[in-house]
Write a protein that binds this ligand. Sequence first.
Ligand code: BGC
Length: 517
Amino acid sequence: MAGGNFIAPDGGEYPGKLTRYVAITCIMAAMGGLIFGYDIGISGGVTSMTPFLQRFFMSVYRKESLNISTNQYCKFDSQLLTVFTSSLYLAALVASVVASHVSKKHGRKLTMFLGGLFFLIGAVLNAAAFHITMLILGRILLGIGVGFANQSVPIYLSEIAPYKYRGTFNVLFQLAITCGILLANIVNYGTNKISGGWGWRVSLGGAAVPALVILFSSIFLSDSPSSLIDRGKAEEAEQLLKKIRGVDNVKAEFKDLVEASEASKKVEKPWENLRKVRKYRPQLILSIMIPSFQQLTGINVVMFYAPVLFQTLGFKSNASLMSAVITGFVNVCATFISVYCTDKYGRRVLLLWGGILMCVFQAAVAGLIGGKFGTTGVTTVLPQSYAILVVLCICVFVAAFAFSWGPLGWLIPSEISPLEVRSAAQCVTVSVNMFFTFGVAQIFLKMLCGMKFGLFIFFAAFVFIMTLFVYFYVPETKNIPIEEMSRVWREHPHWKKYVDDDDADSKPQGKPAMEMV
Ligand code: BGC
């Protein structure tokens, strides 16, 4: 199989155990995913609440309540409504560029702290919003928070976790994302029932809770050893390494980290290197393709718009929110499969199985919706058994994403790059992810209106393509120390030609060539 299992590297064994300290540190840091998740889950629910629509999106409300559109597919098509959902992701995209500099210069810890702070201010603004401008401004601040958190947390986890458990600990970030989504779905379900029409304020203001969690967690965290060494704090880093690995003999790992940092210092222009130097081509391509594909699975159609989607299918408002809670619950549960399997069976097998299941069940959703609504979108009542079948197929799709592209879409990019280009590559990942998240959020309602059930075929086709991509181009990275990752490319049937070449093109820009491992 192309890019199959990697045999343990020579000298790859660092002494150390899984300490309670490292476990607690990783769990606290992973909480950074909560803010991202809460946000993903909250907007879809809020935008299906009548008092919220009446206050900020009157035209959508009218269209929906007066049933001006008889076409189910086009009921919710409003540009303003999508700007509300998607503005956050544009802000996150821009913020991740700033965050990558902050992370490189001032460390992962401060970057996480700032993420929590921006998110907190955004939450307060949103809860107090009396005008659409305030609402969008709040969304932008939330987006900045997400950009900072998603830039720093996955890298931090990959750097601090013992390499044999890197997958498991990194997946905790995704677990926190899914818990955030579920929490938001439950909050929406509850606040929708508040009479007086201010439930949406509780939903939006609730974002302050995950913000405070990451804010306080980041205060108590230590920075990662790599980042400390990179910022000239080698002694502190060595002490920390002893503490997190639970042994005094950390020489081998410390030496590798120092070497990686020295190599990193020789690279004056990480961005230019990542872009131009041939040997970083595999990392660059995967840092772009993995987040693009993650979003092109169409997962956020369900995550953002589940309540809207279910209403489109003819569910009542409350039943729609309940269905979102169900998909949110499935999302959390299936992520545990990945927590358990990522380091045991590897990344590739999960991605391949996830891809196959997603493709089949998305096609099934397309068939079921098409079968009932056809191309006109005009229908009478959706029979209950039929509706249950649709929800069931959506749940299998969500579960397949949750154990594959969800967590691995963040894990793989965070572990494949050498220190000198790590922050830059992570920035590419976050930006591309946010760009496509923005795109899907922005055009989904339009696409649903235009492509109808074919929209699900469209995403299923992408899932098929990405599964082939995984088969041929994504190498197995389980159980490989992060500083030894360059071996993976050298042994890969496709990527080896980029790293084997010793021509001038492969030398880092700025200083003389260096040895990478
Ligand atoms: C993705 C999000 C998605 C979430 C669903 C994350 O990994 O980046 O876009 O909404 O998973 O659980």
